[in-house]
Design a protein around this ligand. Structure first.
Ligand SMILES: Nc1ncnc2c1ncn2[C@@H]1O[C@H](COP(=O)(O)OP(=O)(O)O)[C@@H](O)[C@H]1O
Ligand SMILES: O=C(O)C(=O)C[C@H](O)[C@H](O)COP(=O)(O)O
Length: 320
């Protein structure tokens, strides 16, 4: 792990306790579960840290053991943690079940959670202004009105300070209907420099367009890069005047939840290191694929050494 330096990527959002079935089958009968934590933005912060980029995560947790668990685990990964302890609401919970060997089901228990009560006033002065990049996701916009206000305030501050903004659409159908979510997510995407989304998410923001047309519409509003995530097929980057495609890696996926966050961490780390777009995309696709190889939202996030070993085709990347 690199020496502590000033944070380069700052991110905010909700991180929940994560209860995960350890065996295939309904939780109705599971004799045991594993406890961990997960949240889109902290997953990215941890992924970045593994790849040698300083990162900082800000969010609200409850005044409870699960909140302490969230803070301890993210901090243990070397991420700078700015947690606001909310005495009026519990830490949210996410439950992951594997109904069959080939499927994963996720259930959220986050309505009214501490994490959903984030406000613009929680964001410390200077925290965004001193960063190289602010990363946010659409989840925060849909968990509450104060979350959405916090995102817009954070983007205002980033733009005023000349800090780049990255936005992962991350539509969660449990939080809002597509019709209600689309305009809110689009308003945020149009204010970002880099936008990540799946095909359905791009179309959700621009109903009637196909994903390519939706990506080009975002470029027209001033985004510099739109990254279309395509699951096992890899991803495509749209920039004004160019389109770069990156194929996915052939793997036997164990758990694809968390692949998108690992992909984003890989992409941002390559971008911040000044790699060519094709190499950035190659790193992102590698991180996304590697995240699918083990259960857990972020635990399989690779280091740069792991990425290189995987790209060389080493059968088992070494983990130390
Ligand atoms: N089954 C898979 N095989 C190989 N790579 C995958 C697979 N699923 C996801 N990935 C990688 O992770 C990235 C993100 O996954 P995707 O499913 O598109 O996003 P999300 O998890 O956000 O829905 C993909 O662009 C790809 O690089
Ligand atoms: O914070 C939330 O609402 C979450 O859902 C946490 C998710 O487990 C990750 O964000 C994984 O998402 P993907 O990487 O897109 O598979």
């Amino acid at each position: 792990m690199a020496d502590a330096r000033d944070p380069r990527v700052v991110t905010l959002g909700e991180t929940m306790a994560l209860v995960r079935a350890t065996e295939v089958g309904s939780l109705r009968h599971a004799p045991a579960v594993a406890l961990g934590i997960g949240g889109a933005e902290s997953n990215v912060a941890i992924g970045l840290r593994r790849l040698g980029v300083d990162s900082s995560w800000l969010g609200r947790v409850g005044d409870d053991s699960l909140g302490e668990r969230v803070v301890r685990e993210i901090r243990a990964e070397g991420v700078d943690v700015r947690a606001v302890v909310d005495c009026g609401a519990p830490t949210g919970l996410m439950v992951k079940e594997r109904p069959t060997a080939a499927s994963t089901a996720v259930f959220y228990y986050r309505a009214g959670s501490a994490g959903s009560r984030l406000t613009p006033g929680d964001v410390t002065a200077g925290w965004i202004e001193e960063a190289d990049l602010l990363h946010v996701s659409g989840i925060t916009a849909l968990i509450s009105e104060s979350g959405r206000a916090t995102l817009h305030a954070a983007i205002d501050r980033a733009r005023a300070a000349g800090v780049r903004v990255s936005f992962d659409v991350n539509y969660r159908s449990a939080l809002a209907d597509p019709d209600a979510a689309g305009p809110k997510l689009r308003a945020l995407a149009e204010r970002a420099d880099v936008v990540f989304g799946g095909a359905e998410e791009l179309v959700l923001m621009f109903p009637g367009d196909d994903p390519d047309a939706a990506a080009r519409r975002l470029l027209d509003t001033g985004c510099s890069q739109v990254v279309l995530k395509l699951g096992a097929d890899g991803a495509t980057v749209f920039q004004p005047g160019t389109v770069v495609e990156g194929p996915g890696f052939r793997i036997d996926a164990v758990d694809t939840v968390g692949a998108g966050d690992a992909f984003v961490a890989g992409y941002l780390s390559g971008m911040l290191a000044g790699l060519e777009v094709a190499d950035t995309l190659g790193r992102a696709n590698t991180c996304g694929a590697m995240a699918c190889l083990t259960p857990g939202d972020w635990e399989a996030g690779p280091s740069l050494r792991d990425v290189e070993a995987f790209q060389r085709g080493d059968a088992d990347p070494v983990r130390r």
